[in-house]
Design a protein around this ligand. Sequence first.
Ligand SMILES: [Ca+2]
Ligand SMILES: [Ca+2]
Ligand SMILES: [Ca+2]
Ligand SMILES: [Ca+2]
Length: 625
Amino acid sequence: MRAGRLVCSLIVLVLLAGEAMAQFSPRKDYVWARDVSVAADPTITLDGLLDEAVWAQAESLAITYGVLDGSSGSGWKIMSESGVPRDSARAVVKVLANKATNTLYVAVVAADSSVGGKGWEDSDGILAGIYDRTRRASNQVTLHRDIFISWADSTDVGTLPNLKGGGLPGQGVVTAAAHVKGLSNSDTDGLGNRVADEGWTIEFAVALDSIGYQADVPETEDVQLSICVWDMDWLNTDDHVATRAWWCNEWGNNGGSTAARFLLRNDVTVASGPLPEYAPDLVVPNGVNYPSITLDGVPNEEIWGLVPSFDMQYGNTALRASYPTIGKDRSGEWVIPSTVNPFNAGIATIRTVFQGDVLYIAADVSDRSLNSYGGPDLMDGLQVSMIVSIDTLRDAKVHTMADRGFGFAVNATGGSLPVWDAIDWIPTGAVSYALSLKGTSTIDVNTDVDQGYTLEVSFDLTKFGYPAGAENKTVAIGLTYHDYDKTSVDNSGYRVWWFREWVGKSSPAFCMLDDAAVVVSVDDDPNAQLVQEFSLIGSYPNPFNPSTTIRFMAPSAGTARLMVSDVLGRPVHDESFTVRVPGTQEHQFRGDRLASGVYYYRLSFAPDGSGSMQLSGARTMVLVK
Ligand SMILES: [Ca+2]
Ligand SMILES: [Ca+2]
Ligand SMILES: [Ca+2]
Ligand SMILES: [Ca+2]
């Protein structure tokens, strides 16, 4: 113990106030819904007319055929092969909320020279999907309500669109009304002369109670609602053509790609002025001050011990509930139905950092049964799905950004096996990775207990369409941790995902490689006076050779004791030492006289003069010589 010295290393996310925040790349997958309950007249009458004064104070966004709006899932398409759109789909979406009635209001204002339609493909209107929290199950995260408001079954001249969809209407979720500027379902004046319409307006309300959202809350509520605008024109003429354009997701939230987010917060009102920042789902810190990471599968570089982490584990609903924004809704798990219990879910600890144009992801996985790749349901490994910002890889028909899934699996010899898109992208240098087994782990041996593996993956973002040196790059990713266990008592295959399970499924996390979030070490602990209780932080590096540093927090001066045992529980080290000053503590442990292998350690702490003693849980460290 370096007695008496307040030594610690911790991450400082240097968020330079003001200017640095303004450099955040604007994300395009959300819109704020201002509360109208504070307005002099908060009444919104659902009649398709936006003549209420509060609509003039609504936030809005444009959905326009042929225009990229910056959201990874947005796109457009033409429904016929031969037609040429002259008056393609375009609309402005406006949004409000009323926290007193817990209602979301949405208006869609479309410009359209030929309003109406008939049949599924040949109609005007919107297809939207709203994520329904009340229908969520642990392994079913995409349950949603379709909102389909169109002229699909309205063939008579002058009729208005129908409201239908999954669970609608009649269940009190959505109420809608429309108004036409022109003559719907007819393109002529009855004398054979073409008559152009001006457009249509749809005004609808979502009863938020019915789908598990709350508008009157102090923290941001992320209502997941995407909108696709359908436009059929000149149905009975040679110019007949139908087009669509969508914000974030073509098929509602049941489809792949991105969930659009309507944001609610009780202090964001029509009177509250500038809108708050909406933080990224994950801030990836900047490792510019540290040596380049060596991609050897062993995340023992100092910087890996300093960056934040999060865990993934099957069956851990509390953990999932701790994920940011829509990660609470979209993260989930799946298990092979025939799985034989008992089943002992491991933990994957994920860390991210970037250096220059390279994004690094490290996983530290505890796994008692390692097995070589036998398919997506029977593998040990990690999958990273990523929306790729390369314009040449956009889908030729729907124009959405490309979506790729990179799999990194344990192979039969204890090394690594690239799967799915990793196979094609590794040779280009865009993706690199290495995997390392922990301790005495073996592959496909079902009579022992393994410890798991560690993984380091890198993505050269210049090969994913990002300009070299670009500031504050944003990346949409999802992570899936696959675990297959086969022992004398257990045969289980499952996967756990953070934000999204697969390519093309549900919504990725919006991650920002924040130039200003610089990882630095400091020889001073500003939080030392705030330490309330004894806690063991962990050891770095791990694996180690020959020394590692154990960090813990002490609330006062006292005596600490470090106890180390081998995998069979035999003590190999027992040492007491004095803590002179409260705060973050470091204690070095050397393994010179020990053999390679897995060791467990626990720490106890007795505050001076208290007569009591606290004991930490056991942790694992691996000595590799
Ligand atoms: Ca109205
Ligand atoms: Ca039309
Ligand atoms: Ca390394
Ligand atoms: Ca396993």
